[in-house]
Design a protein around this ligand. Structure first.
Ligand SMILES: Nc1nc2c(ncn2[C@@H]2O[C@H](COP(=O)(O)OP(=O)(O)OP(=O)(O)O)[C@@H](O)[C@H]2O)c(=O)[nH]1
Ligand SMILES: [Mg+2]
Length: 364
C-alpha cells in the first residue's frame, strides 16, 4: 500500500473542494454538511521541474510525474469521538492514513453554514484536535487495561509498557498531541500498532476567501501562528479558486491565478508539504521512451524500487545503473554520462536517493 495523506477538518471546511482541485475528480461538493461519507482516494501528480529537465536531454515521447495519494475524509464534529456525526466511522478512515492535511475554514461565505456558528480558525482546529485526542485516549485506555492484566500475570515488560501508556494518556488529557512529544523509540514502538491519530504528522491548510489572496488575510495569519506554535507547516489557499484553476487549460490557468497574485497553484505547496510529511523521495526511470518519476519512502532499497516499476524487475534484479538527475542534465545525454564514468553500478541493497535516475538491469 502506498503511503497516503488524509484530508481532515470540520464539515464545510472545503475538504472535498481541495480534493477535487487536487485530483480534478468530481467528488460531490455541496453546501450542506456530510457530503462526503465514504473516503475518496485520489492519486495526485507531484509537480517537479526536474522531470522536464531530464526529458530535455533524453528526448522521451512522454513524461509521467511521480504521484502521492490523497484521501478525502468525511467532516468531523464536536463529540465525534463519542459517535456524534459520523463518529467512529471517519475516525477509522483517519487511522488508515499516514499523515494529515487539516483543512481550516477561513472564508466567510454566508451561503455556506458553519457547524460552530461562525468562522474562527483556531477554535475549529482545537475542536478537531480535541476529538482526535479523545479518540486516542480511548484507544490507550483499552491498552492500559490490557497491560494491567498482563502485569498481574507477571508478564515481562508489562509494567514498563503500562507506565509508558499511562504517561502518554496523561499528556493527551493535558491537551498534548502525541506528535509533539519528544522522541522515545521504546514508547513509539509500543504505540505504533495503534496508529494513533494525533501521532500522525500534520500540515494545516488555511482555506481563505479569494479576496484575501495572495497572503490570506487575518484568518490565514491565525492558522500560520497556530502552526508555528506547534512546529507544523501551514499552506494558504482558496480552495474554490484552485478547483476552478485546475479545470482550465495550463496557460489559462496561469493567467487566471496570476490575476490573484499567484505565480503557481497554491495546491502545489500542499502537494509538496504532503510529500515531505510522508517522507517520500523521487527517483526517475527512463525506460520505454518515457521519463517517469516514482515516489518511494526514504530508505527504500534498489531492489524494492525496481519492484515498484515492475514486479519482474524485483524478482530478476541484477543491478541498478544510477546517476543523479543533475549530473545527467549537465552531461547532456546518458551516452555522454556513461563515457565520463558518471553512471554508477549499484546492488540490490543500495538505498535510493532523491533525484536518482535509475536503469534497472534484470533477468526474467
Ligand atoms: N466561498 C468559498 N466557498 C468555498 C470554498 N471552499 C469550499 N467552499 C464551499 O463550501 C461548501 C462546502 O465545501 P466542501 O468542499 O464540500 O466541504 P467539506 O469540507 O468536504 O464538507 P463535508 O464533506 O460535508 O465535511 C461548498 O459549497 C463549497 O463550494 C472557498 O474557498 N470559498
Ligand atoms: Mg466533503
Amino acid at each position: 500500500m502506498a503511503l497516503s495523506i488524509g484530508i481532515v477538518g470540520l464539515p464545510n471546511a472545503g475538504k472535498s473542494t481541495v480534493f477535487n482541485a487536487l485530483t480534478r475528480a468530481s467528488v460531490a461538493v455541496a453546501s450542506y454538511p456530510f457530503t462526503t461519507i465514504e473516503p475518496h482516494h485520489g492519486v495526485v501528480p507531484v509537480p517537479d521541474r526536474r522531470i522536464e529537465e531530464i526529458a530535455a536531454v533524453t528526448h522521451p515521447e512522454r513524461t509521467v510525474p511521480a504521484t502521492v495519494d490523497f484521501v478525502d475524509i468525511a467532516g468531523l464534529v464536536r463529540g465525534a469521538s463519542r459517535g456524534e456525526g459520523l463518529g467512529n466511522q471517519f475516525l477509522a478512515h483517519i487511522r488508515e492514513v499516514d499523515a494529515v492535511a487539516h483543512v481550516v475554514r477561513c472564508f466567510p461565505d454566508p451561503d455556506v453554514p458553519h457547524v460552530e456558528g461562525a468562522v474562527d480558525p483556531v477554535r475549529d482546529i482545537e475542536v478537531v484536535e480535541t476529538e482526535l485526542a479523545l479518540a486516542d485516549l480511548a484507544t490507550l485506555e483499552r491498552e492500559i487495561e490490557r497491560l494491567q492484566s498482563r502485569m498481574r500475570a507477571h508478564e515481562a515488560h508489562a509494567l514498563e509498557n503500562l507506565e509508558r501508556a499511562v504517561a502518554v494518556a496523561e499528556q493527551l488529557k493535558g491537551g498534548m498531541q502525541i506528535r509533539r512529544l519528544p522522541p522515545d523509540p521504546e514508547r513509539d514502538a509500543l504505540l505504533r500498532p495503534f496508529r494513533l491519530l494525533t501521532a500522525k504528522p500534520v500540515v494545516y491548510v488555511a482555506n481563505v476567501a479569494e479576496s484575501d489572496l495572495p497572503d490570506g488575510g487575518p484568518g490565514a495569519g491565525r492558522v500560520r501562528g497556530y502552526a508555528s506554535q506547534v512546529s507544523a507547516a501551514a499552506v494558504v489557499l482558496a480552495a474554490k479558486l484552485e478547483a476552478e484553476a485546475a479545470a482550465l487549460p495550463a496557460q489559462e490557468s496561469v493567467e487566471f491565478l496570476g490575476a490573484y497574485g499567484l505565480q503557481e497553484p497554491a495546491l502545489w505547496k500542499l502537494i509538496q508539504a504532503a510529500y515531505r510529511l510522508l517522507d517520500l523521495v523521487t527517483f526517475f526511470s527512463t525506460v520505454s521512451k518515457e521519463v517517469r518519476g516514482w515516489s518511494v519512502p526514504r530508505g527504500t532499497k534498489a531492489s524494492e524500487a525496481a519492484g515498484k516499476v515492475h514486479t519482474d524487475m524485483e524478482r530478476g534484479f541484477i543491478r541498478a545503473e544510477v546517476i543523479n538527475w543533475e549530473t545527467l542534465v549537465k552531461a547532456g545525454s546518458l551516452r555522454a554520462a556513461h563515457d565520463r564514468g558518471q553512471v554508477r553500478l549499484e546492488g540490490r541493497d543500495y538505498v535510493v536517493q532523491d533525484g536518482d535516475v535509475i536503469l534497472f538491469r534484470f533477468a526474467v
